[in-house]
Design a protein around this ligand. Structure first.
Ligand SMILES: [Mg+2]
Length: 176
């Protein structure tokens, strides 16, 4: 788990973490194992940041989303339906609903300037459905998704060294 208060909305920019190691990861899992060494050199501060550049709000964290959805499910006695397989199929269904919104539109521009507000709202809801099921599936499979994602980004850094792959879309096994 990570020290999430390091990224609370009121934290001055100068005190915000610049890379993963500044987040103060505790790499001990709930089993007491040290399953994961987070790469310490992965930057989390934007390389270029302009006032108009899009970014997410800092909360809720994935852990907070997990808790919210866990509570929602328990209050409705939905937990009995949430086997990993069922959740996977539900998530794939939601991915299909996202795809349906893009269907027949051809390429679309960043920020979706040609979409109506209603279309953007629909996309916002369907992407959220995907995330909710992804978080729930990860919970049910006991995958610590934030830590696993950092670890995977670390692996991607090794697979795709920036100085070697810059500007290329080749797969990692197609480089010399
Ligand atoms: Mg949906």
């Amino acid at each position: 788990m990570m020290a999430t208060n390091a990224m609370s909305p009121g934290t001055p920019k100068s005190k915000r973490p610049k890379c993963v190691k500044d987040l103060g990861f505790d790499t001990t899992t709930c089993n007491g194992q040290n399953a994961f060494e987070p790469p310490s050199d992965i930057e989390i501060e934007a390389k270029t940041s302009t006032p108009t550049e899009f970014k997410f709000t800092q909360e809720p964290t994935l852990e907070q989303i997990r808790v919210m959805q866990n509570n929602f499910s328990k209050e409705r006695d939905f937990d009995k339906f949430h086997s990993p397989r069922n959740l996977l199929l539900a998530m794939v269904g939601e991915v299909g609903e996202v795809a349906e919104l893009f269907q027949w539109k051809g390429e679309v521009k960043d920020g979706l300037p040609d979409w109506t507000e209603k279309e953007k709202e629909n996309l916002s809801q369907e992407l959220s459905d995907v995330l909710i099921y992804l978080v729930r599936l990860s919970e049910k499979c006991h995958i610590d998704l934030p830590s696993a994602t950092v670890e995977k980004i670390g692996l991607n850094h090794k697979k795709y060294p920036a100085d070697k792959v810059h500007g290329s879309c080749k797969k990692y096994n197609e480089y010399d």
